[in-house]
Ligand binder design. Structure first.
Ligand code: PDD
Length: 285
C-alpha cells in the first residue's frame, strides 16, 4: 500500500508530494516539528503537541497555516488513510519557500506544512522496554535554544552514530558536567524513591511525555527533583530512564559501559511506563 501523506492542503501518495528547493526548511533548517504517537489507532497527547508546536512557531515568529482543529483532523485522516494502529505521525512546518536570504522573507510568505505517518507495530510492547537500553555520554554541542523543536537535528544524528560506534543505543548529552538530555528524549535518574531530571529552560526540549510522566509520578507519591544531575550521579543511580513520544518510558541500564543499579530495568521505571501507557491510552483522541 502506498503511504498517503499531507502536503500544503493536499493528501497525496508519498511519491507525488513535493516541496520547493527554495524551502527555508531545506536551506536554513528554518522549520519546526512534532512527533505524536498513535496507540489503538488514536493520538496520544495531541493537545500537548499542538500547544508546543504553537510555542515553537511563536518563538520563531513563524505563521501557523492551520488551526488546532484542522491539525487534529489532518492527523486523524492520515491515521485512517494509512490504517495506523500503532505508530508515529511526523509534522513539520517551515517558513516556506523564498529566494535565499538570511533575513526572514516578507510577511505573507506561505509556510510549508507536511505530515506523514510511520507504522510501528508493537510500539507499546517494544522488547527494549524489558531489557533496557545502553547510553554513552557525549558533549552537548547543540545550539542554545533547545526548547524550540526545530528540524536542525544534525548533532543529535551525530550523537546517535557515536553511540552506535560505541556499541550503545543512544547518547546522553553533557554540558558543564551535567546531563542535559538524550539525543531525542529527556533523561532521568532514580535514587530510592526520588526521580531526578533536569529542570525546564532553554537547555532542553520541554518534553510532552516528560510533563505527563512527572505528573503521574507525583500523583503516585514519588518525589520529583527537577535539577541538573552529573554523569557521576547517573552512574551511581539505582535506575535511569528516558521519555519521548516514540519510546514512552524506556529503561536505561548502562552508561559508558558500566551498569546502572543492577544493570536491569528498575521497578520505578517499569511502574511509570505502565501508568503512562494506561493513562494515555484512556485519554487518547
Ligand atoms: N524527539 N528531547 C529531545 C531533544 C527530543 O528530540 C525529544 C523528542 C524529546 C522528548 O519530547 P516528547 O516527549 O515531547 O516526545 C526530548 C522526538 C520523539 C523525535 O525527534 O523523534
Amino acid at each position: 500500500m502506498t503511504r498517503t501523506v499531507y502536503v500544503n492542503g493536499q493528501y497525496l501518495p508519498e511519491d507525488q508530494a513535493k516541496v520547493s528547493i527554495f524551502d527555508r526548511g531545506f536551506l536554513f533548517a528554518d522549520g519546526v516539528y512534532e512527533v505524536t504517537s498513535v496507540l489503538d489507532g488514536k493520538l496520544i497527547d495531541f493537545a500537548g503537541h499542538a500547544k508546543r508546536l504553537q510555542r515553537s512557531l511563536d518563538e520563531l515568529q513563524m505563521a501557523n497555516p492551520v488551526t488546532e482543529e484542522e491539525l487534529l483532523e489532518i492527523h486523524r485522516e492520515l491515521v485512517r488513510a494509512n490504517g495506523i494502529e500503532e505508530g508515529l505521525i511526523y509534522l513539520q512546518i517551515t517558513r516556506g519557500a523564498a529566494d535565499r536570504d538570511f533575513a526572514y522573507p516578507a510577511a505573507g510568505t506561505q509556510p510549508t506544512i507536511v505530515l506523514f505517518t510511520q507504522a510501528k507495530p508493537g510500539l507499546a510492547d517494544a522488547p527494549a522496554a524489558k531489557t533496557g537500553i545502553k547510553v554513552i555520554s557525549i558533549e552537548d554541542q547543540r545550539w542554545g535554544r533547545r526548547d524550540i523543536k526545530t528540524v536542525q537535528l544534525l548533532y543529535p544524528s551525530m550523537g546517535k552514530m557515536m553511540a552506535k560506534a560505541a556499541g550503545a543505543d543512544d547518547a546522553w548529552m553533557v554540558e558543564d558536567g551535567h546531563v542535559t538530555e538524550g539525543t531525542s528524549n529527556n533523561a532521568y535518574i532514580v535514587k530510592g524513591n526520588t526521580i531526578v531530571t533536569r529542570h525546564l529552560g532553554t537547555e532542553i526540549l520541554h518534553g510532552i511525555t516528560r510533563a505527563a510522566v512527572l505528573r503521574f509520578a507525583r500523583e503516585a507519591q514519588m518525589t520529583v527533583e527537577e535539577r541538573p544531575f552529573t554523569v557521576e550521579e547517573a552512574k551511581a543511580a539505582d535506575e535511569a530512564f528516558i521519555t519521548s513520544a516514540s519510546s514512552f518510558v524506556m529503561p536505561v541500564v548502562e552508561m559508558d559501559g558500566a551498569p546502572i543499579g543492577t544493570g536491569t530495568p528498575g521497578h520505578v521505571t517499569a511502574r511509570l511506563r505502565e501508568i503512562y501507557l494506561d493513562e494515555m491510552r484512556k485519554a487518547a483522541v
